[in-house]
Design a protein around this ligand. Structure first.
Ligand code: FAD
Length: 553
C-alpha cells in the first residue's frame, strides 16, 4: 500500500514551500507529503487519492485563501475524509474562525503562523494527531472496489460475476458509506451511472456491462480465430469437461460462456459429492480450477459472451454471438445446461435483483449479515444455500411446498439444517406475493394444509424452485422434447427409424443430436443425470464421439 498522505493547502507559495520542507524533514519516512495551492486543487487531489485507495492521514490548511477559506475547504471534505486529522493554519486574527471550526468542521487543532521552531510548535502536535489517526486507521482494500447500491440489480450482477470468477474485490454500499458516496458523486453526478468499479491504479468503470468488466480484469471475451475443430457452447461442468478433454486431445477448441464459467455448479456454495474432494469444494473454486486446466491444454475460454443462434452449413457448424460475430467449426457441443425457473407471483418481477435473487447465494451472503432472509425451495441447492446464509443472517426461513424436506433433500443436508439454530423450515408453505417499494421488505405466505395466510419480514429471498433447460439457442435446428430438452442418440430413433432429415448412413452417436456434428451434454440433454460428475463425464465422452465424427468430415 502507498504511504498515507499529509496534504498541506495554501495559496501562498512561500508558506507552502516552508511547511512542506518542515513536514518532509520529520515525517517523510512514514508519510507522503503533498501540497495544493487552493481548496479546489486539494479537493481534486483528495478525490484522486481516494479513488486509488491511498489514505489521507492529515490535512494542514491555511485559513486565509481567496477563493475558498480553510474552514470552507474542511467543511467540503468533512464527509469525504471523515477520518483524516484536520489542522488549520491561522494568523492571530483568525482565532475566532478556528474556534468556530472546531465544532463546525470537526477541526482537531489550529496552529499559529509562524510555527518556528517546528520541534516545539509543529511536530509535537502533529505527532500526537497522527498517532491517534494510525491507532484507529484500517488500511483500505488494495484490489478492486465495487461501489453500488445493495438494492440495484446491476450491482448484484457485477457482484455475482466477480464472486463467480473468484476475483478478489471489496463491496462498498453507497447507501451506508458516505465518504465513498461523495467520491462516486464526483465521478457520476447524481449517482446516475452506478455501480462504479474502482481499480487500484485510480481508474474507474461507470456502470459497466459484465463484458466490459471481464475485459478490464483480463478475462478473454473474444475468440482469437474464426474457425475451430470444436466449439463448446456453455461453460458449466459439461462444457468445461469437454474443453479439457478436447484441447488435451489436440482439437482446436473454444468454449463460449455467456456469464462466468461454472454454470449452476459455480453458484453452489459447497459441492460435497464430487469425486476427489472428500471435504467438499466450493462451486466457484471448482470452476476456476477447471477453467485453468482447460486453458493450460490450449482451449480458449471466452466469458461474458452469449451465443445467440446456431446453424448448419455443411460441413461447418456456425455459431452467431449476440453482437453478430460468427465463428465456424466442424463439431459443436451444446452444453447450455438449465436455469432456475422464475417464481411467478405478484411483486417478484419488480424486486428481482433488489432483494429477490435466483440462486446467487454466495454473492449476496455477506450482505445478509444480521438480516432476516428466506429461501424458496426444498431441494439440495436450497439446503446448501440455507447453510451458507445461516452463517451471516439473523434468521433463515426455508419455504417448502411439500410436507417436509425428506422427499426432496439428501439426508446429510437435512441433519445439518436441523442442527443449525437459526434456520426455520415452514413446510406446506408457498409464496403468495412479495412486498416492498424499492427493495424487498416482506413475503406473503400461504399454508396449504390450513389455508392460513401470513407475512414474514425479509430483506432477501433466494429462489430455488427447479429448473428448465436452456436450449432456445438451437431453435428448430435440432430435435427437442416438449420441455425443451435436447434429444440425442437412441432417443432420436422412432420405431427404429432415424430422424427425418438425418443424412448419414449410420445412427446418431449416443450424445449426438438430430444434426450430425452437433452434440449435447449435461443437464440440457434429455435423460441426463442432473449432477456435476455426470455432466463432466458427458462432456468428456462427447469428445470421444466428436473424434469419430471428425474422421468422416
Ligand atoms: C445451487 C446448486 C447446487 C448444486 N449442487 C450440486 C451438488 O452438490 N452436487 C451435484 O452433483 N450437483 C449439484 N447441482 C447440479 C449441477 O450443478 C448441475 O447438474 C451441473 O452444473 C450441470 O452442468 P451443465 O454443464 O450441464 O450445465 P450448467 O451448469 O447449467 O451450465 C451451463 C452453462 O451454459 C451457459 N449458457 C447457457 N446458454 C448459453 C448461451 N446461449 N451462450 C453461452 N453460454 C450459455 C450458462 O451460463 C451456464 O454457465 C447443483 C445445482 C445448483 C443450481
Amino acid at each position: 500500500m502507498a504511504k498515507p498522505v499529509i496534504l498541506s493547502v495554501d495559496d501562498d507559495a512561500e508558506v507552502l514551500g516552508a511547511i512542506g520542507r518542515d513536514l518532509r524533514r520529520h515525517f517523510r519516512s512514514d508519510y507522503q507529503i503533498l501540497k495544493a495551492a487552493s481548496g479546489r486543487e486539494a479537493l481534486e487531489a483528495a478525490r484522486t487519492l481516494m479513488s486509488r485507495g491511498t489514505p489521507i492521514a492529515l490535512l494542514l490548511v491555511d485559513e486565509r485563501m481567496p477563493e475558498m477559506t480553510g474552514t470552507e475547504f474542511l467543511r467540503e471534505v468533512r464527509t469525504l475524509l471523515p477520518d483524516a486529522r484536520k489542522v488549520l493554519l491561522t494568523a492571530y486574527a483568525d482565532t475566532e474562525a478556528a474556534i468556530r471550526g472546531i465544532n463546525e468542521v470537526g477541526l482537531d487543532h489550529y496552529l499559529m503562523k509562524p510555527w518556528d521552531p517546528p520541534e516545539q510548535h509543529l511536530y509535537p502536535v502533529l505527532d500526537d494527531l497522527l498517532g491517534d489517526w494510525a491507532a484507529t486507521f484500517r488500511p483500505p482494500f488494495e484490489g478492486i472496489r465495487l461501489a453500488g447500491s445493495r438494492w440495484s440489480p446491476q450491482s448484484h450482477a457485477l457482484k455475482d460475476f466477480l464472486s463467480r470468477t473468484l476475483t478478489p474485490y471489496a463491496w462498498i454500499d453507497l447507501d451506508t458509506d458516505g465518504a465513498t458516496r461523495e467520491l462516486i458523486e464526483s465521478l457520476s453526478p447524481g449517482l446516475k451511472r452506478i455501480p462504479v468499479v474502482l481499480f487500484p491504479d485510480g481508474t474507474a468503470l461507470l456502470a459497466p456491462t459484465t463484458r466490459e468488466l471481464a475485459e478490464r480484469i483480463g478475462l478473454q471475451t473474444a475468440a482469437q480465430q474464426p474457425f475451430y475443430d470444436l466449439i463448446v457452447v456453455g461453460g458449466g461442468p459439461s462444457g468445461l469437461g469437454a474443453a479439457v478433454y478436447g484441447a488435451s486431445e489436440g482439437l482446436r477448441t473454444i468454449l463460449i460462456e455467456v456469464a462466468a464459467t461454472g454454470g449452476q455448479a459455480g453458484t453452489s456454495s459447497q459441492i460435497e459429492n464430487y469425486l476427489g474432494f472428500p471435504g467438499g469444494i466450493g462451486g466457484a473454486d471448482l470452476a476456476r480450477r477447471a477453467t485453468t486446466q482447460a486453458r493450460r491444454f490450449g482451449a480458449e475460454v471466452v466469458t461474458a459472451r452469449g451465443v445467440a443462434a446456431i446453424r448448419a452449413e455443411s460441413p461447418y457448424r456456425v455459431v452467431a454471438l449476440e453482437d453478430g460475430t460468427e465463428l465456424k467449426c466442424y463439431a459443436l457441443l451444446l452444453a447450455t445446461g438449465m436455469e432456475v425457473r422464475q417464481l411467478e407471483v405478484p411483486g417478484v418481477e419488480a424486486l428481482t435483483g433488489a432483494g429477490v435473487y435466483y440462486g446467487a447465494a454466495p454473492a449476496e451472503a455477506a450482505s445478509c449479515r444480521g438480516a432476516d432472509v428466506a429461501i424458496v425451495g426444498g431441494a439440495n441447492s436450497a439446503g446448501q444455500a440455507a447453510l451458507l446464509l445461516a452463517r451471516y443472517a439473523r434468521k433463515v426461513t426455508m419455504l417448502v411446498r411439500g410436507p417436509s424436506l425428506k422427499a426432496t433433500m439428501s439426508s446429510y443436508l437435512i441433519h445439518r439444517i436441523e442442527a443449525t439454530g437459526n434456520i426455520e423450515v415452514h413446510a406446506q408453505t408457498s409464496v403468495a406475493g412479495v412486498c416492498g417499494t424499492a427493495r424487498l421488505e416482506a413475503i406473503d405466505l400461504l399454508r396449504a394444509d390450513t389455508a392460513e395466510r401470513y407475512t414474514i419480514p425479509a430483506s432477501a429471498m433466494f429462489v430455488f424452485i427447479g429448473s428448465a433447460p436452456r436450449s432456445a439457442v438451437v431453435g428448430d435446428l435440432v430435435e427437442r422434447d416438449e420441455l425443451g430438452f435436447v434429444i440425442t442418440g437412441p432417443d432420436l430413433l422412432r420405431d427404429g427409424k432415424r430422424p427425418k432429415r438425418w443424412p448419414l448412413d449410420r445412427d446418431p452417436f449416443l450424445l449426438e443430436t438430430s444434426v450430425p456434428g452437433i452434440f449435447a451434454a449435461g443437464d440440457v440433454r434429455l435423460g441426463s443425470t442432473k449432477r456435476v460428475a455426470s455432466a463432466v463425464g458427458e462432456g468428456a465422452s462427447a469428445v470421444g464421439m466428436i473424434h469419430k465424427y471428425l474422421e468422416s468430415v
